[in-house]
Design a protein around this ligand. Structure first.
Ligand SMILES: *Cc1c(COP(=O)(O)O)cnc(C)c1O
Length: 364
């Protein structure tokens, strides 16, 4: 059996006819940037997330970067981020000139440990940027309580968590503002780059609508030094098609995850915790495994594609070599043990069973 880690052509195949119709509609409209499709998608995604505003932007990194700029966070400020995350979370902070303050993960979610956040706060701290890692909401009650006590913004990196629920509320509505990515491999993925910001903050939303569009809301009138970071009409039209199926896609991922968990229970493979009140959308199915690299090779020989998210932690990347980071032993141990098994809305029960059987064969 051959099981790709993720085959986007197959994931998107069921939508081919709907995509063609949507793209044709854009073509005929004559509007390709900030037209009716983007406006409609912004309204639909805001409603889906349960917030008043959605601002479409060019990608997930820009979404996070623009939120920080929108809040005036920059040089001299500090932002708390998870040590275990994709590099974009860190880059959003360094792009505005603020200082990155990484915090180690916990044992339950393998994500930012709220118990370690307070000791990282200084008089310069302006915001906490939790990531809903692998699709599982971060421990938001604890994080929001710390932020409230210290007067900090909470900016969600929701790039892996479209549709995830925390105490009945969607990712994207759990902090002051949230950044989403619609990179093709995400749960809500476009056919190219895309991103969005969601927020209930009216003032921030107004500023962001200008910041993404040359600082302008009236043509050729520029109120601030903005950027060009816009979600385009074609991607918006494609995303509207996929948004209508997001809950069904996430349910299919959850079913695959439940099958994996049942099949892998009792093996040397460690499964991620399922905290009360949080519902993951299983962007990735990540396990911790002894002899991870040998397991990965074994699976590859048996046709199973896997990935490591992420093989080199941010603080060990050449890009961030300029700074003397604190020791981050929990993150480094995690990085040596994690393995992402195939996961997508089209992963069949037989495929999950096959992958799990190979994992068991390796440890037998
Ligand atoms: C994908 C991702 C991003 C960045 O999204 P892009 O659209 O690729 O810029 C940010 N944070 C996390 C956690 C991600 O997984």
């Amino acid at each position: 059996m051959q099981i790709d880690f993720l085959h986007l052509g197959r994931v998107n195949a069921p939508y081919a006819a709907a995509f063609r119709e949507a793209i044709d509609r854009v073509l005929r409209s004559g509007y390709y940037i900030l037209g009716q499709e983007t406006l409609a998608f912004e309204q639909e995604f805001a409603r889906y997330c349960g917030v008043r505003h959605c601002i479409g932007v060019a990608n997930g990194l820009d979404a996070l970067h623009l939120i920080l700029r929108g809040y005036g966070i920059g040089a001299g400020d500090e932002v708390i981020v998870p040590a275990n995350t994709f590099i974009a979370t860190w880059l959003a902070v360094s792009l505005v000139g603020a200082r990155i303050v990484p915090v180690e993960p916990d044992d339950a979610r393998w994500n930012i440990d709220p118990k370690r956040i307070e000791e990282a706060i200084t008089p310069r701290t302006r915001a906490i940027m939790p990531v809903h890692l692998y699709g599982m909401p971060a421990d938001m009650d604890a994080i929001r309580e710390i932020a409230r006590r210290h007067g900090l913004r909470v900016i969600e990196d929701a790039a892996q968590a479209h549709g995830a629920l925390y105490r009945g509320r969607r990712a994207g509505s759990l902090g002051d503002a949230a950044g989403f990515s619609f990179y093709p491999g995400k749960n809500l993925g476009a056919l190219g780059d895309g991103g969005a910001i969601t927020t209930d903050d009216d003032e921030l939303a107004e500023r962001l609508r200008k910041l993404r569009n040359y600082g302008s809301s009236v043509k050729y009138q520029h109120d601030m030094e903005g950027m060009n970071s816009r979600l385009d009409e074609i991607q918006s039209a494609v995303l509207r098609v996929k948004l209508a199926h997001l809950d069904a896609d996430n349910a299919a991922r959850a079913a695959a995850a439940a099958r994996y968990r049942e099949a892998l229970a009792g093996t040397p493979v460690e499964l991620i915790g399922l905290p009360d009140g949080a519902e993951s959308v299983w962007h990735l199915f990540v396990v911790r495994a002894p002899r991870r690299d040998a397991l990965r090779d074994f699976l590859a020989e048996r046709g199973v594609g896997t990935q490591i998210h992420y093989p080199v932690p941010c603080h060990r990347q050449e890009a961030f070599a300029r700074e003397a980071w604190p020791a981050l032993p929990v993150t480094e141990r995690l990085q040596a043990e994690i393995l992402s098994l195939p996961m997508s809305p089209i992963l069949g029960a037989d495929e999950v069973a096959y992958v799990a059987a190979q994992v068991k064969a390796f440890f037998a």
